[in-house]
Write a protein that binds this ligand. Structure first.
Ligand SMILES: [Mg+2]
Length: 185
């Protein structure tokens, strides 16, 4: 019953915004779930932060695609956990690999795989350095404090709407600049 309430509220929040991102990208560790998955074994049963699952399902119901960008050194454990939680098939892209970059490589791959421009993505992560690097690519990026929750969703959608309205006049120009400087396509 609690779950229904969270999903309903997430749907209401999504309904408040005229402009929605085309793709919402989530970090895993300490964003969707409250642990580093390299510290757990595949045999364990993971769980998400309390609002996590309902937010994912609400986005899907609204027609917003979702993806994963994780620097986990144990993608096998991360993928096993996503399978156990029944979530794997929800994501249009799952980029889970360790890297020296702060997820810029992950987003280049997500961009190539989905065709969604950076400006039309929203990203949630718990680490400053990732937020900083990815927002420079043009992605609206939101730092989460205690995992993703309804408040973070509301904040993210609000920042996304602000960014789209402030850039709408020079959108095409910015998009060209962003594409040529950040993407290898
Ligand atoms: Mg994290």
């Amino acid at each position: 019953m609690g779950d229904d309430k969270v999903k309903k509220e997430a749907m209401e929040i999504l309904g408040m915004f005229q402009v929605l991102p085309r793709l919402v990208v989530f970090d895993l560790d300490y964003t969707l779930w409250p642990f580093y998955c390299e510290c757990l074994s595949k045999q364990q049963m993971p769980s998400l932060y309390p609002h996590g699952k309902d937010i994912l399902y609400a986005l899907k119901d609204k027609g917003v695609n979702i993806a994963i960008a994780s620097r986990s050194p144990t993608p096998d454990i991360a993928n096993t956990f996503l399978d156990k939680l029944g979530l794997s098939s929800l994501f249009v892209a799952k980029e889970i690999f360790s890297s020296w970059t702060h997820k810029t490589e992950h987003f280049q791959k997500i961009n190539r795989r989905t065709g969604v421009p950076y400006k039309e993505m929203l990203f949630f992560d718990d680490e400053d350095r990732n937020i900083e690097a990815v927002s420079k690519m043009g992605v609206t990026s939101v730092l989460v404090d205690d995992g993703v929750n309804l408040e973070a969703l509301r904040q993210g959608l609000s920042e996304f709407a602000q960014n789209s309205s402030s850039s709408s006049g020079k959108k095409n120009k910015e998009k060209r600049l962003t594409d040529s400087s950040q993407s290898e396509c």
